[in-house]
Design a protein around this ligand. Structure first.
Ligand code: ADP
Length: 475
C-alpha cells in the first residue's frame, strides 16, 4: 500500500541505526570491562562509579534468627520479616507488607518522614507472628535505600540528594541510617539498622543465599543497575593490603555507561527534550527532577524510556510517512503516553489481524490503525527492544569477562550465575530472549553453557534481611 511505500525506508534506516551486530556488542562488552577497571583504580576514573557496598560477608545459608528488611526506593515502601533456620531449615517463614508513602510526606521534613517509617515498622513488628527475638536482643534491619548515598560503612551512608519526586528537607548531607535510628529512639522502638544497601546489592545477596555460584546481579526495571562480587585485592582505590580470598560487592551504577551505544535521532531528541539535556532522569514520577550524566546506557536499555523512544519514532513515521493515514493522531504527541508495558502487550499479540496492537494503539493514543500500520508498529517496537536487550546482554558479558581476565577460569571455567530482577526483565519475554541471545553470541559455545542467567524472584527483600543477619551486631 501507499503507507508502506513511504514508511519502509524509514523503518530500514531505524533498523540500521539500532543494529547491534557482534562487533558492536563486543565493543560494548570490552568498554564495560575497561570502564570497570578505570573506576576501580580511582574515584572518578570512569563513567562507572564502581561504588563499594561494604558488603564483604555474603550470606552462607547458616544464618539463623528473626531479621527485618525495609525497602524505600520510590513511592512504595515495603517491610518484611524473615525467620531464618540455618542450612537445614533455611527460610522458615516470611511476612511482608507494602504501602505507599503519603504524598505530603514526600515534601515533609526529614524527622516527619523517618518518624512515619519508624511507626510503620513498629506496627509491623508488633503484629507478632510465630517468632520472637530472644529477650534483650534488638530487632535488626537490612535497609534497602535506592537513592544516591555516599556509603561510609555497611551501616551508614550520607544522602547526596533525594530523587524520584522526594523533596524532603533536612536529610541531604546526613546519614540516613542515623536518621532512622534516631526516629526509632524517639519512639522507643527497640530496633536498629545493621546493613544499608541498594536494590542490586540486596538482589545479589538474596540470590547468593540459595546458590554459591551467583557472582553478578542486574536490575532491569524503570531504571537499571548491576553489581558483582569482586576480590578486594583487585580494587586499587581501596589502597589496602588484602588477601586474594577477601571479597566484596561492588555496585557499578552502570546506567551511566555510554561507550559505543548505537543511537538514533529519536534517542537524541528525547534527551534534548528533557528538562536538563545530557543528563540521566532519576525519576519515574517527576520528569523534571534530573541528576547530571549524559546519553547513556540507562536511556537505551531501561523500562522508563523504551516506550517513549518508540513513540517518537512512530510520531515521525506518522508525520513524515503517513503511517496512520493523512492525519496525525493528536494524543501520540504527548511525551511518555506510550509506555514500555504497552510495547510488551503489543508484542505478545498472536492474532492474525493484530487485534491487541490495534486496541493498545487506540486506547493509548486514539490511533486508528490497519493491519499494515500495525505490522510496522510491531517492527518499531521490536527494533528498540532488540537493541535494548542485546546491549544489556553485552553489558553483562563485560562484567563477566572483567572477572575472568583477572583470574582465568573464575567465570568461564565453572558454573556462574547472573541473578536478574526488575519488572522489565520479568515481564518482557522478547527482551529476555534478546538479552540471552547476545550473551550466547559473545561467549564461546563451550563456556556459554556454564553461564546461567536466572530470574531471582523477589530476592531483594530477603537479601536485605540476610545482610542484616551477616552483619549482625550480636555474636
Ligand atoms: P521499579 O520501578 O522499582 O524499577 P519494577 O522492577 O517493578 O519497579 O519495574 C517496573 C518497570 O518495569 C516499569 O517502569 C516498566 O518499565 C517495566 N514493566 C512493568 N510491566 C511491564 C510489562 N508488562 N512489560 C514490559 N515492561 C514492564
Amino acid at each position: 500500500s501507499s503507507i508502506s511505500v513511504a514508511v519502509a525506508p524509514m523503518l530500514t534506516k531505524l533498523q540500521q541505526d539500532c543494529a547491534t551486530p557482534l562487533p558492536v556488542l563486543r565493543s560494548v562488552a570490552d568498554s564495560m570491562s575497561a570502564d570497570m577497571r578505570a573506576g576501580l583504580a580511582v574515584d572518578g576514573g570512569s563513567d562507572l562509579k564502581m561504588i563499594l557496598s561494604y558488603v564483604d560477608s555474603l550470606p552462607t545459608g547458616d544464618e539463623k534468627g528473626l531479621f527485618y528488611a525495609l525497602d524505600l526506593g520510590g513511592t512504595n515502601f515495603r517491610v518484611l520479616k524473615v525467620q531464618l533456620g540455618g542450612k537445614d531449615e533455611r527460610v522458615i517463614s516470611t511476612e511482608s507488607e507494602q504501602l505507599s508513602i503519603p504524598q505530603e510526606l514526600m515534601s515533609a521534613t526529614s524527622e516527619e518522614l523517618f518518624d512515619f517509617i519508624a511507626s510503620v515498622l513498629e506496627n509491623f513488628a508488633q503484629k507478632g507472628g510465630n517468632f520472637n527475638l530472644p529477650p534483650g536482643r534488638k530487632g535488626e534491619i537490612g535497609f534497602t535505600f535506592s537513592f544516591p548515598v555516599k556509603q561510609t560503612s555497611i551501616d551508614s551512608g550520607i544522602l547526596i540528594k533525594w530523587t524520584k519526586g522526594f523533596a524532603v528537607s533536612g536529610t541531604a548531607g546526613k546519614d540516613v541510617v542515623a536518621c532512622l535510628n534516631e526516629a526509632m529512639d524517639r519512639k522507643g522502638i527497640d530496633m536498629r539498622v545493621s546493613a544499608l544497601v541498594n536494590d542490586a546489592v540486596a538482589t545479589l545477596a538474596g540470590a547468593r543465599y540459595w546458590d554459591d555460584d551467583v557472582m553478578v546481579a542486574v536490575i532491569l526495571g524503570t531504571g537499571t543497575n548491576a553489581c558483582y562480587v569482586e576480590r578486594m585485592d583487585a580494587i586499587p582505590k581501596l589502597q589496602g593490603d588484602f588477601s586474594p580470598s577477601r571479597r566484596t560487592i561492588v555496585n557499578l551504577e552502570w546506567g551511566a555507561f555510554r561507550k559505543g551505544l548505537p543511537l538514533t535521532v529519536f534517542d537524541r531528541d528525547m534527551d534534548a527534550a528533557s528538562i536538563n539535556p545530557g543528563e540521566q532522569a532519576n525519576s519515574k514520577f517527576n520528569l523534571s527532577m534530573l541528576t547530571p550524566i549524559s546519553l547513556i546506557f540507562e536511556k537505551t536499555i531501561s523500562g522508563m524510556y523504551l516506550g517513549e523512544i518508540a513513540r517518537r519514532a512512530l510520531m515521525y513515521m506518522a508525520e513524515e510517512g503517513s503511517l496512520f493515514g493523512k492525519s496525525v493522531p493528536e494524543k501520540l504527541s504527548l511525551p511518555f503516553v506510550l509506555r514500555t508495558p504497552d510495547l510488551s502487550a503489543m508484542q505478545q499479540d498472536t492474532t492474525d489481524d493484530l487485534q491487541t496492537v490495534g486496541s493498545v494503539l487506540y486506547d493509548v493514543a486514539g490511533v486508528e490503525s490497519d493491519l499494515n500500520s500495525r505490522k510496522i508498529v510491531l517492527e518499531v517496537c521490536n527494533t528498540f527492544v532488540k537493541r535494548a536487550g542485546r546491549l544489556a546482554g553485552a553489558g553483562i558479558v563485560g562484567i563477566l569477562q572483567k572477572i575472568e581476565e583477572d583470574t582465568k577460569g573464575a567465570i568461564f571455567g565453572k558454573r556462574t550465575v547472573v541473578a536478574m530482577d526488575g519488572g522489565l526483565y520479568e515481564r518482557y519475554s522478547q527482551y529476555r530472549r534478546y538479552l540471552k541471545e547476545a550473551v550466547a553470541e559473545l561467549i564461546v559455545p563451550e563456556t556459554s553453557r556454564n553461564i546461567v542467567i536466572e530470574h531471582s524472584k523477589d530476592g531483594s527483600g530477603i537479601g536485605a534481611a540476610l545482610l542484616a543477619a551477616t552483619n549482625s551486631k550480636y555474636e
